[in-house]
Design a protein around this ligand. Structure first.
Ligand code: ATP
Ligand code: MG
Length: 234
C-alpha cells in the first residue's frame, strides 16, 4: 500500500534522508528503529507532507503522495500521531476525539467513528468526560492514538508510541496495535523500545544516518547479531 523509494529529504538545509526505501503492505505492522537523529521521525513527516523532498517517490496505493497537501493525505486515509502525544490537555477525552474528526461534517458518521474508538479503548469511554491533562501517560497515549483512529485510517503512522511508559503499559500499547490491525489499519511506527516493538511487528527497518542499514521480518531482526548488539542490549 505504501512504497517509499530512493527518498532524499530534509528541512530546507542539509539532507537528512539519503535514498531511503521503506514499504508497508496492507495489514502489516512495520517498525523503524535506529539511533537518535537517524531520521526516523523525518520519514513519517515526509509521508505526511511535512518535509522538503529532493528526490524519490512515496507511492500510496500506486499514486504519488509527494506534492499532495497534508489535508488531502488525511482524506486518503493516512493518520499520524507525532512524537510526544500532541493532545489538547485542557479538553476532555471526548472533545479530543471530536477534534480528530475535523475533516468530517456528518454527525452520524462522527458518532459511528467514536463508537469504533470506544470499542477499541473501553477505558477511554469510562473516562470520556475527564480532562486529558489529569490522565496518566499511558492513558494520554491512548487518547492520541484514539484520536487518529477517529478517521478509521488505512495507514496509521505512530512516532514512538511507547516512549516514557512503564513496561506493562508499553505492552498494552502494542496489544492495541494488534487490535487496530484487526480493524483493517496497517501501522508504520518508529520505536526506541526495539525489542518489544519488533516482537509485535511483521517487518522492521534499521535506519542509520538517514540511510537504510538492515531490514527483515521482526523475528529475523530480533535474531540478527548486529541489531542485537546495537539496539537490543544483547
Ligand atoms: N524541523 C526541523 N528543522 C530542521 N532540522 C530538523 C527538523 N526536525 C528534525 N531535524 C533534524 O533532522 C535530523 C533527524 O531528526 P529526526 O527527528 O528525524 O530523528 P529521529 O531518528 O526521529 O531521532 P529521535 O530518535 O531522537 O527522535 C536531526 O539532525 C534533527 O536535528
Ligand atoms: Mg524521532
Amino acid at each position: 500500500m505504501l512504497n517509499i523509494q530512493n527518498l532524499s529529504a530534509g528541512y530546507g538545509g542539509p539532507l537528512i534522508l539519503h535514498k531511503v526505501n521503506i514499504n508497508v503492505k496492507e495489514g502489516e505492522i512495520v517498525t523503524i528503529i535506529g539511533p537518535n537523529g537517524a531520521g526516523k521521525s523525518t520519514i513519517l513527516k515526509s509521508i505526511f507532507g511535512l518535509t522538503d523532498i529532493k528526490e524519490g517517490s512515496i507511492e500510496y496505493f500506486d499514486e504519488e503522495l509527494i506534492g499532495v497537501k497534508t489535508g488531502e493525505i488525511i482524506k486518503r486515509g493516512i493518520c499520524y500521531v507525532p512524537q510526544g502525544r500532541s493532545i489538547f490537555p485542557s479538553l476532555t477525552v471526548e472533545e479530543n476525539l471530536q477534534m480528530g474528526a475535523f475533516i468530517r461534517s456528518d454527525k452520524a458518521v462522527i458518532k459511528k467513528d467514536m463508537a469504533y474508538v470506544y470499542e477499541k479503548f473501553p477505558k477511554l469511554y469510562e473516562r470520556r468526560h475527564q480532562k486529558t491533562k489529569t490522565m496518566s501517560g499511558g492513558e494520554q497515549q491512548m487518547v492520541a492514538i484514539g484520536r487518529a483512529l477517529m478517521l478509521q485510517p488505512k495507514l496509521l503512522l505512530l512516532d514512538e508510541p511507547s516512549i516514557g511508559l512503564a513496561p506493562k503499559i508499553v505492552c498494552e500499547v502494542f496489544e492495541k496495535c494488534l487490535d487496530i490491525r484487526k480493524g483493517g489499519t496497517a501501522i508504520l511506527m518508529v520505536e526506541q523500545n526495539a525489542n518489544i516493538a519488533l516482537s509485535y511487528s511483521d517487518r522492521g527497518y534499521v535506519l542509520e544516518l538517514g540511510q537504510n542499514r538492515i531490514e527483515g521480518s521482526g523475528k529475523q531482526l530480533l535474531k540478527n547479531k548486529q541489531v542485537g548488539e546495537l539496539y537490543l542490549g544483547k
